[in-house]
Design a protein. Structure first.
Length: 146
């Protein structure tokens, strides 16, 4: 089972690497993204990255499904002309706080409360359904920034 999880993470890494090297026209241009789109993008990234941290520390099934991440990547590209990974890097560069550390702390607080149990999975997937997916639909409704 561990080998399968590891292989699946490697496959995900390859998919994301392909996105990272996909050409985009704005490589040397400054892109202006409206604040409300950036806020929605930041919240969506939080949930996806938190799922990764949770999966690494508890159960590998707690990540946001890859087909949803690919869909989110497409929504990001439609709204900002940037990929998921490019926006993660932008957020890391622009945000004054250590977002990775804050995500880890939030996830560990949730794990401390629920433990690595079915209750954690129920809570997490309920949160994804009630918060992440509506935020993606909200972002889709915004006019494109590009």
């Amino acid at each position: 089972m561990t080998r399968l999880r590891h292989a699946s993470r490697s496959a995900c890494a390859l998919v994301f690497a392909a996105f990272a090297f996909a050409p985009f026209a704005q490589a040397n241009q400054e892109i202006e993204i409206p604040e409300r789109i950036l806020e929605a993008v930041g919240e969506i990234i939080f949930y996806v990255e938190a799922g990764i941290v949770m999966s690494e520390n508890c159960d590998g099934s707690l990540t946001v499904p890859i087909y949803d991440v690919l869909y989110i990547d497409q929504v990001f590209r439609d709204k900002t002309s940037l990929s998921y990974l490019e926006l993660v890097e932008l957020m890391r560069d622009e945000v004054e706080i250590n977002a990775d550390q804050e995500i880890r702390e939030a996830v560990f607080a949730i794990i401390d409360q629920y433990g690595c149990t079915q209750n954690l999975a129920d809570f997490w997937f309920g949160l994804v359904e009630s918060s992440l997916y509506p935020k993606v639909r909200e972002l889709e409704a915004y006019p494109n920034a590009n």
